[in-house]
Design a protein around this ligand. Structure first.
Ligand code: URP
Ligand code: ZN
Ligand code: ZN
Length: 464
C-alpha cells in the first residue's frame, strides 16, 4: 500500500484540536504535525475545511443476531458497510452463549458470521446465559481470545435473564481476570408481572411495550448491578441507559468513586415515548428495550454526557424490517422483535444535535463516540486515537455537509429509519480503515472480509 498524506485538515481528538497533517504508512499512522513533506509516490488527500478524527467505535451492535425464529436484518457485511458510510471504523458485536453450551461454541459461530463479510474491524462481547460447571473457566478462556467483556441480562426471563447469583459470580470472576461486565439493567421479574396484567386487560398495542417497562424498573436494576459490582470489587458498565432515574444511580455511584460506567444511544437522546403511539402499527418501529421515555428524560441524558456521568454513545443497532419482522407482533406487543437500526447515523446525529447545538464540544464528541469506547473496551491506543503508532482508522469529516436521513438513501438493510426526515449538518466525507480508503464522497471502496477480528485487552480497571 503506498503512503498516504492527509493534508490541510484540522485534527480533532478527545484531547485537542490542531492544524496538522497526518502521514500514514501501511496500516498505521506515522506522523502527526504541521508541514509533513509528502514521501515520493504518496497518495495525497486534501482535507481543507475538514476535521480529521479517529474513526468512530460502536461498542454495541447486534448483526445477524437470532431472535425468536427470525434474525436481525443486517449481517456483518451490510451492517459494517453501513457503519463505515457513517464514519464508524470499529464495532463490538455480541456473541450469544446458548444455555447449556460452551462459550467457545458461540465464539466460533460468531467468527464464522463475520468471516468473509466484515468490512471494518470488529470485536466481540460474550452474552452469558449460563455459568454451569465450566462457565467461570470459559470466561477466562474468552479473555485469552480477546473477548474482554461479557453482557448479562437482568431482563427477558426464560430467554436471556440470569439470576443475581450468576451475576455476582461473573462479576467476581472479572475482578480476577480484568474483563468488564456489561449489564442490561431492567428488573425482568417485575416487568413480566406488569406485562401479564396488560395482556390480560387486552392491551396489545406497541405503546404497552413502553408502559410495561417503567423507568424505576431500570433504576432498580442499575442500583442492584452497581451494588453487586461493588461487593465483588469489579467495575461495571451499564448498556443502553435510557432514563433519568437510571442515570441518577450511575451518577451517585461515580460520585462515591465507584468504577461504574454507562452508555446511552441516539434514540434515547432524540426520540420519546410518543413514537410508540404512531397510527396503525408504526409504533412497532420504535420497540426496543429499554423503551423510549417521556420527553423530560432527554435533556437529563444530554447533561449526563456533558458531565461525564455517561461515558459512551453506542447504537444498540439491532434492525428488524417493519414489513415482515416487526409485523410478527401486530396482535401482541410482546411478539414484536425488540431492536432498532442506527449503526450508520450515530456520528451524524451526535455531531448535529450535540456539537452543532452547543451541547458538546468537538473533543467531547470524539471522546464519547471513539476514544472512550476504545479505552473501556481494551482497544486503546490502537483504536480511538490520531497519533503515531495507532491504526490509521480515520474519518475525514465535513462539518458543512447537509444530509436528510432516510430509509430511501441509507445503507442499512432495513426498510425504515427511526430518524426519517431528520436534517443534519456534518457527515463523513472520506473514511479510512487501517490506511485503506473504504468510503469516499458517498462511494463504497472497501471489500467484504477485509475487516479483522479485534483481540481486545482486559484492562483490569485501567480506564484512563
Ligand atoms: O431491544 C433491544 N435493545 N434489542 C437488542 C438486545 C439488547 O437488549 O440489547
Ligand atoms: Zn440489552
Ligand atoms: Zn443490545
Amino acid at each position: 500500500m503506498p503512503d498516504t498524506l492527509i493534508r490541510n485538515g484540522t485534527v480533532v481528538t478527545a484531547r485537542d484540536t490542531t492544524r496538522a497533517d497526518v502521514l500514514i504508512q501501511g496500516e498505521r499512522i506515522r506522523e502527526v504535525r504541521a508541514g509533513v513533506a509528502a514521501p515520493s509516490g504518496a497518495a495525497i488527500i486534501d482535507a481543507t475545511g475538514m476535521y480529521v478524527m479517529p474513526g468512530g467505535i460502536d461498542a454495541h451492535t447486534h448483526l445477524d443476531m437470532p431472535f425468536g425464529g427470525s434474525k436481525s436484518s443486517d449481517d456483518f457485511e451490510t451492517g459494517t458497510r453501513a457503519a463505515a458510510f457513517g464514519g464508524t471504523t470499529s464495532i463490538v458485536d455480541f456473541a450469544i452463549q446458548g444455555r447449556g453450551t460452551r462459550m467457545r461454541d458461540a465464539l466460533d459461530t460468531w467468527w464464522k458470521k463475520a468471516e468473509g463479510r466484515a468490512c471494518i474491524d470488529y470485536g466481540l462481547h460474550m452474552i452469558v446465559t449460563d455459568l454451569g460447571e465450566c462457565g467461570l473457566e470459559d470466561m477466562d478462556d474468552m479473555v485469552r481470545e480477546g473477548v474482554a467483556s461479557f453482557k448479562l441480562f437482568m431482563a427477558y426471563p426464560n430467554v436471556l435473564m440470569v439470576d443475581d447469583a450468576t451475576i455476582f459470580k461473573a462479576l467476581s470472576q472479572t475482578a480476577k481476570n480484568g474483563a468488564l461486565i456489561c449489564m442490561h439493567a431492567e428488573n425482568g421479574s417485575v416487568i413480566a408481572v406488569i406485562i401479564a396484567r396488560a395482556l390480560a386487560e387486552g392491551k396489545t398495542a406497541p405503546i404497552y411495550h413502553a408502559l410495561t417497562r417503567p423507568p424505576r424498573a431500570e433504576a432498580e436494576a442499575v442500583h442492584r448491578a452497581i451494588a453487586m459490582a461493588e461487593i465483588a470489587g469489579a467495575p461495571v458498565y451499564i448498556v443502553h441507559l435510557s432514563s433519568e432515574d437510571a442515570l441518577n444511580q450511575v451518577r451517585e455511584a461515580r460520585d462515591r468513586g465507584v468504577p461504574a460506567f454507562a452508555e446511552t444511544c441516539p434514540q434515547y437522546l432524540l426520540l420519546s415515548i410518543e413514537e410508540l403511539e404512531r397510527p396503525g402499527f408504526e409504533g412497532a418501529k420504535y420497540v426496543f428495550t429499554p423503551p423510549l421515555r417521556p420527553k423530560e428524560h432527554l435533556p437529563k441524558l444530554w447533561d449526563g454526557l456533558k458531565q461525564d456521568h455517561l461515558q459512551v454513545v453506542s447504537t444498540d443497532h439491532c434492525p428488524f424490517c417493519f414489513e415482515d419482522q416487526k409485523m410478527l407482533g401486530k396482535d401482541d406487543f410482546t411478539k414484536i422483535p425488540n431492536g432498532g437500526p442506527g449503526i450508520e447515523n450515530r456520528l451524524q446525529l451526535i455531531h448535529h444535535y450535540g456539537v452543532n447545538a452547543g451541547k458538546l464540544s468537538l473533543n467531547r464528541f470524539v471522546e464519547l463516540t471513539s476514544t472512550t469506547p476504545a479505552r473501556i473496551f481494551g482497544m486503546y491506543p490502537r483504536k480511538g486515537e490520531i497519533a503515531p503508532g495507532s491504526d490509521a482508522d480515520i474519518v475525514i469529516w465535513d462539518p458543512g455537509a447537509s444530509l436528510t436521513i432516510s430509509a430511501k438513501t441509507h445503507h442499512m438493510r432495513v426498510d425504515y429509519s427511526m430518524f426519517e426526515g431528520f436534517q443534519v449538518k456534518g457527515n463523513a466525507r472520506t473514511v479510512l480503515s487501517r490506511g485503506e480508503v473504504i468510503v469516499d464522497n458517498g462511494q463504497w471502496k472497501g471489500k467484504p472480509g477485509r475487516g479483522a477480528y479485534l483481540k481486545r485487552a482486559a484492562r483490569g480497571g485501567a480506564w484512563r
